[in-house]
Design a binder for this molecule. Structure first.
Ligand code: ADP
Ligand code: ADP
Length: 221
């Protein structure tokens, strides 16, 4: 069934140079359990589209249905609450917090839940086990390789049991071997039934998803 439905979605940015239409009327349905990638050249709107899906940006017009929520209609507080419940976001630059341990980084999204620290830490450890990083729980991000840091970021994205994982160029800061390892991890998550939407301009990695949609100058092809 449809987890996400975008209808006639647009996004304009207004700046000194006038208005940039980054997304120009996108219709897209993502079903639960799908693994898709959004491909396309630099500047075609991939990050903007993913940021809207992740409730980090709001659309200028159109409709966004996310797991039953009218996501385009939410205020900033509702977006934060639903983001924390429904969305796991994975960034190109990992975005781990340097002065928190690996376990603290992974447990962080749970700090908004009414839960004892012990319980949060247990869930975070389970998440670390899923990415084979439990033995690094007490390390700090700077003590780990880029590939390891991205695995930690994946563990953090999983910790709230989100309905969808959104990944923006998750292999962009990694060499081929480490990028491939992250794609192996995505395969496993997909096999376990996770819904994944990834943005990449790397055709080799896009091919590893089950469905590729091409974005071209703000329009889906
Ligand atoms: P991609 O991720 O495919 O490289 P982006 O979504 O980052 O593309 O950008 C799409 C277009 O929107 C580009 O022309 C970009 O310059 C513009 N854009 C993106 N974010 C902003 C912003 N915050 N302010 C103004 N223009 C933006
Ligand atoms: P990516 O490498 O994923 O394509 P970009 O480098 O295009 O991302 O954009 C990185 C950030 O800068 C995003 O948050 C995007 O919204 C913002 N951005 C992109 N283009 C512009 C722009 N022309 N003006 C202001 N912000 C922008």
């Amino acid at each position: 069934e449809a987890l996400i439905k975008l209808t006639k979605l647009t996004k304009d940015f207004t700046g000194d140079a006038g208005v940039t239409s980054a997304i120009k009327g996108v219709d897209l349905t993502i079903n639960a359990g799908e693994y898709l990638s959004i491909a396309g050249p630099s500047g075609c709107g991939k990050s903007t589209l993913l940021s809207i899906l992740g409730l980090l940006e709001t659309p200028s017009s159109g409709e966004y249905l996310l797991n039953g929520y009218l996501a385009h209609d939410l205020d900033v507080y509702q977006r934060a609450e639903i983001r924390n419940k429904e969305i796991g976001f994975i960034f190109q630059a990992f975005n781990l917090i340097g002065d928190l341990t690996v376990l603290e980084n992974v447990a962080l999204p749970l700090s908004y839940r009414k839960m004892k620290k012990k319980e949060r830490d247990e869930i975070a450890m389970n998440s670390l086990e899923k990415v084979n990083m439990a033995d690094r729980a007490k390390y700090y991000p700077a003590q780990l390789s880029g590939g390891q840091q991205q695995r930690i970021a994946v563990a953090r994205s999983l910790v709230v049991d989100p309905s969808i994982l959104l990944a923006d160029e998750p292999t962009g800061n990694l060499d081929t071997a480490n990028g491939g390892a992250i794609m192996d991890l995505f395969d496993e998550l997909h096999d376990e039934g996770r819904t994944i939407c990834m943005v990449t301009h790397d055709a080799r990695f896009a091919k590893r998803s089950k469905r590729i949609v091409q974005l071209e100058d703000g329009v889906l092809r």
